[in-house]
Write a protein that binds this ligand. Structure first.
Ligand code: FMN
Length: 210
């Protein structure tokens, strides 16, 4: 671990996200593309913070989040996989996002992106990214309200909402990403040591090649 490394389980406060930029939502939609190659270089912690906020950040005092949720049941969890030297100030490893405190909690100190690549039919983009966001769902939270429709429709719908927020925020930050759904569920769950969470999508993120 480097000197900047947090000790295991220590909460890492993230930089304050912004709610203004010079890019309109229309121009971000118009310019959005799936981008599977990255220029070398890390992703700044401020950008990771902004992306996590766009994914699941709290946007009002009642705890509503950036993306809609069926009955405000909030089944989604966002994990952040950091590669070696992927994000200045963060050690390689896996972190879990805490929306209420806009912070990260380390959950694994080893980088997992090579294993995630293997679990994703060897898609190179998954390992090449300096950082990846992984969206997972705990269906039970929503199934308590909506039964089977939660797993069949609502939780995957929510992951889609989050994915588009990530895509548009990536666009606005001038970065690159692609929505990766091609993976073996059980293999990803094993890599991430999930018990209740179902992996729903991976967003490898890096510097854009123009
Ligand atoms: C549910 C879903 C799963 C996807 N899975 C993958 C994937 O595993 N690997 C990949 O390279 N692209 C994946 N994509 C990205 C699509 O290939 C891409 O969105 C499509 O080619 C259209 O291109 P565009 O996003 O640039 O408009 C996925 C997209 C969606 C919506």
């Amino acid at each position: 671990m480097t000197e900047t490394a947090p000790s295991a389980g220590e909460e890492i406060e993230l930089p304050e996200p912004r709610t203004e930029s010079s890019q309109s939502v229309e121009s971000a939609i118009a310019a959005r593309r799936s981008r599977r190659e990255f220029q070398p270089g890390p992703v700044e912690l401020a950008d990771v913070s902004q992306l996590l906020w766009a994914a699941q950040g709290e946007t009002d005092a009642e705890g509503h989040r950036a993306a809609p949720s069926a009955g405000a049941t909030y089944p989604l969890e966002v994990f952040c996989s950091v590669g070696a030297d992927g994000v200045p100030g963060l050690d390689a490893g896996v972190y879990q996002y805490r929306p209420a405190s806009h912070s990260l909690v380390p959950v694994a100190v080893e980088p997992v992106q090579a294993e995630l690549r293997a679990a994703s039919y060897d898609q190179e983009v998954v390992e090449a990214a300096p950082v990846a966001l992984l969206i997972a769902g705990i269906e039970e939270r929503t199934a308590q309200e909506y039964g089977a429709r939660a797993g069949e429709l609502y939780v995957p719908m929510e992951a889609g909402h989050v994915g588009e927020n990530i895509h548009l925020q990536v666009e606005s930050l001038g970065l690159a990403t692609v929505s990766v759904g091609g993976f073996e569920d059980t293999a990803v769950a094993e890599v991430m040591e999930f018990e209740d969470e179902r992996p729903l999508a991976i967003y490898p993120i890096g510097q854009r090649v123009d």
